[in-house]
Design a protein around this ligand. Sequence first.
Ligand code: NDP
Length: 246
Amino acid sequence: MNELLGKKALVTGGSRGIGAATSIALAEGGADVAFTYKSSADAAAKVVKEIEALGRRAFALEVDAADAVAVADGVQGAADRLGGLDILVNNAGVGAIAPITELTLADVDRVLAINVRGAYAAAQAAVPRLSDGGRVIHLGSCAAGRVTSPGMTLYAMSKAALVGFSKGLARELGARGITSNVVQPGPIDTDMNPADGPFAQAQIGALALDRFGTPAEVAAAVTYLAGPAAAYITGTELTIDGGHLA
Ligand code: NDP
């Protein structure tokens, strides 16, 4: 239970969905947690309360992942408030489901700015602050490995980029005992991808299991990678997708 006691974690996009579940799960493991959000201040305040109720410190920071300067400042602010940094979870992300002929270059810039450049900027700012033996964990997507329906070009591209980024980081940070891995979720029931949404049945049809996953199930995978049992796992992907790749 307390394998993360004394650890200090930053989760990007922690106000809702997988990021909120991850922030709470890390706190359940014993970590103090800072997380960012873009506009859901009320939801963020709720997550702070939940973490504080667990006896851990929590800080919610309003930081747009598309603004790389703000992201770097947010990392410094989080590390200052926490008194250090052991774990970075790059979770903030947006979907972009439409045929390539309908997506504009502005869409490409926006999605890559949040899903890829935001993750890069957060890691770049975090690296000098991360403790030796620390963790960097990125939220990718099973769409990085297998795309089962049309309309996913931009989203899949953005998530595939995180795989290469994470492997490069693993090589750069290995000498310090810092690991970098990608968690690749399948369809998870959140505001981004509700289990009763218009695309839900098609997604379930591509799985071995007959249901969406939950944010808590993904958070458990992130928490595992953040913990001491995963110290020798780096530069790889942990797939938690209900059999999307089976
Ligand atoms: P949600 O849309 O439910 O939540 C997104 C979270 O990210 C919110 O806390 C939101 O903050 C934050 N966020 C979004 N844009 C920004 C931004 N520009 N700056 C800062 N924070 C931002 O998404 P999920 O929980 O479903 O997804 C989380 C991650 O998991 C994403 O990277 C997603 O791509 C990935 N993923 C999700 C899957 C799914 O099926 N749900 C499957 C595979 C991967 P705010 O509340 O302020 O808007």
